[in-house]
Design a binder for this molecule. Structure first.
Ligand code: KG4
Ligand code: ZN
Length: 345
């Protein structure tokens, strides 16, 4: 089974083709995985500009589909399905991806699959690792921060979510305050390597409170106040703040996961989403999982941030259960992961 997947929900235009062997064996193979990062087009605005993103997706998408087919050495006729991110995300971009996938599916008489972007992250680990359902999932990206149980494709229960900002957003804001550029996560991780994580005591919102909800706005405010007091141009102080910030996020994520292990004792914790690319945080999660008799499994770092392979794979997981979407599917700017299969936005 072979599926082409399109991802256009934010600032990455991405197309991939993945393949799964016959039967229900979980691990798959990536035949092509191409991405155009729009970073340079958004950088001077300090964040993603939706209209620029939508236009750039439109300009690039056809070329990337052709490139992916060429890399994979397959034709559109060799595919079993065409998937695209159907939401949540910036609606102009989602529309470009969905329209492209629908047109290809219609013209070549293939099933169309509208994939929840969050589910792309949630299932991506099964593309490269043998992980059986059910598992616990920590989803940490630029727009989301949630703990869920994953029982199967389309079958999720949310244990907790952020009551204000997402973890990735907090990384991005901290980097912006320190003038480290966008996106902030990789820049902070790099700076933190040369920093003293014990120098700044920052607040740990929700830490040691019951439940699995998150909060990052207090931490963000504390970082802003600390940055204002830093001597200008003091790179060591900035590195120390990055390390202290990263350790604080690690404390909070580990504490929330510890509660999740009590609520839903499952053998595997999966971490996914852009923030899961952070090697320090992966280490912290591995430690807390080990303390609770659970094993951490994460997708390879390069599959943590947005990509087409995770969308193709989630589409494939639905397709092999016999689920497809109609060509009148309407893109969904909001689409909670625990809403179930086919439920309205
Ligand atoms: O999943 P993703 O690519 O896009 C969304 O669906 O939001 O996540 C992007 C987020 C950004 O906030 C970025 O700063 C963060 O993931 N990120 C990281 C790292 N790499 C990306 N955060 C911390 N450490 C990293 N190495
Ligand atoms: Zn994402």
């Amino acid at each position: 089974m072979r599926v082409l997947g399109i991802e256009t929900s934010c600032d990455e235009t991405a197309v991939a083709i993945v393949e799964a062997p016959a039967g229900m064996k979980p691990v798959g193979r990536i035949l092509a995985n191409v991405v155009y990062s729009q970073l340079s087009e958004h950088r001077r605005f300090g964040g993603v500009v939706p209209e620029i993103a939508a236009r750039a997706h439109l300009e690039r998408i056809d070329g990337l589909v052709a490139e992916a087919l060429e890399d994979a050495k397959v034709g559109l006729g060799d595919l079993d399905g065409i998937a695209a991110t159907g939401g949540p995300g910036l609606i102009g971009g989602v529309m470009v991806g969905v329209m492209t996938a629908k047109a290809l599916a219609f013209a070549h008489d293939k099933p169309f699959l509208a994939v929840n972007h969050l589910e792309g992250h949630a299932l991506s680990v099964r593309l490269t690792e043998e992980v059986d359902f059910p598992y616990l999932l920590l989803l940490v990206s630029g727009g989301h921060c949630q703990l869920l149980t994953v029982r199967g494709p389309g079958d999720y229960t949310r244990l907790g979510t952020t009551i204000d900002d997402a973890a990735g957003e907090c990384f991005d804001k901290t980097a912006k305050l320190l003038g480290l550029g966008f996106p902030g996560g990789p820049a902070i991780e790099k700076m933190a390597r040369g920093g003293d994580s014990g120098r700044f005591a920052l607040p740990r919102p929700m830490w040691r409170k019951p439940g699995c909800d998150f909060s990052f706005s207090g931490l963000k405010t504390a970082v802003r106040q600390t940055v204002q007091k830093l001597p200008a141009g003091d790179r060591q102080a900035a590195a120390d703040l990055c390390a202290s910030f990263q350790r604080t996020v690690g404390d909070v994520l580990a504490d929330r996961c510890a509660n999740a292990f009590e609520l839903a004792p499952l053998p595997i914790l999966v971490v996914a989403g852009g923030v899961a690319a952070n090697v320090y945080l992966r280490g912290r999660l591995e430690a807390v999982a080990g303390e609770h008799g659970t094993r951490l499994v994460a997708p390879p770092v390069e599959l943590c941030t947005d990509n087409g392979a995770m969308i193709a794979w989630a589409g494939l997981e639905h397709l092999r259960l016999g689920r497809t979407d109609a060509l009148d599917f309407r893109p969904r700017p909001r689409w909670p992961l625990d809403a179930g299969v086919g439920s309205p936005a």
